[in-house]
Design a protein around this ligand. Sequence first.
Ligand code: SAM
Ligand code: SF4
Length: 340
Amino acid sequence: MIFDAHHRGMSDLRLSLTDRCNLRCFYCMPRTHYNWLPKADMLSFEEISSLVELFLSMGVHKLRLTGGEPLLRKNLTKLICLLANKPQLEDFALTTNGVALAPLALSLKEAGLHRLTVSLDSLQPQRFEHISKRNSHRQVLQGIDAATQAGFPKKLKLDSVIIRGFNDDELPALLHFAHERNVEIRFIEYMDVAGALGWSWEQVVVRQEMLRRIEQSFGTALALEAADAAPAQRYQLSNGTTFGIIASASAPFCEKCNRIRLSADGKLFACLYASEGLDLKKELRAGKTPSELQQLIHSFWKQRTEKGAEQRLQLKNRRAFKTEKELLENPHLEMHKRGG
Ligand code: SAM
Ligand code: SF4
């Protein structure tokens, strides 16, 4: 394992497979026009496989495929097979909006994926459309059912971004939905990541408020001890239901952040909020050997000082992180480009 300037180990790789998405969630991709990454710039499956191998040899043991929407990547199961066979890989997950999941769930599991996280912000079709600008709620629910039936080795998780005035009244209903399906749900505070152009503190429902509202419906929630460096604080209700809250806006986990992010075109980022990345694809395509690439990653991580979310928390007049103009000038800033 290698350690950064704050002695945080590099153990969790989040790999964006594409910057394309079949939804337009207003808190992530609010615009109608985007500068998409050119197809020729996207890492091929072979390039992804050799880069993942490098990271695994350097102490990474968790891999999450994300995006954009990772299920839009063609022949995805072929890539899953390539990656799942790597012996050092202890945890192999994928985050999806679930729209294209139903027909794919079983083949993802058979290809060797360990587990899935599906994002679900609302149980109401019209509200889902209001949030995501697409009429795909039914497909998402079918995807969740297919994922629970596929029998992945590790349990399905659901992620909900809770935003005041949009879905904060659905906390109990979402929790009930997850309980009925025997899956764990995590409620995420609305973050001011690049792309969340309309972000404001007023819309953030902080952890304590979420807890209070949940306890009003279900009684006391007991805080559970953290089993690993996962950002979610987990709780248990008296009926045995467990759930998590990720307080990424009000109580960031930068201190323990062990995540490194690779964009679909091979740029390495040390933080969701970092403005610059290391162009690994350029080095790979220039013919650098695996040990030269390891050296580059090593010095990149050793110099890592970023604590982006903590710095954002110090700001007095906290508003959206970047303007539309800044995003157009540097599209790599956006969450859907570098992998959420
Ligand atoms: N498209 C996939 C999905 O939606 O699950 C994967 C990529 S998405 C960027 C990963 C996660 O980031 C989703 O759960 C999404 O809800 C979350 N996310 C996006 N923008 C966010 C924001 N402004 N605040 C908090 N979470 C956000
Ligand atoms: Fe797409 Fe996921 Fe962003 Fe929604 S959160 S726009 S589904 S990448």
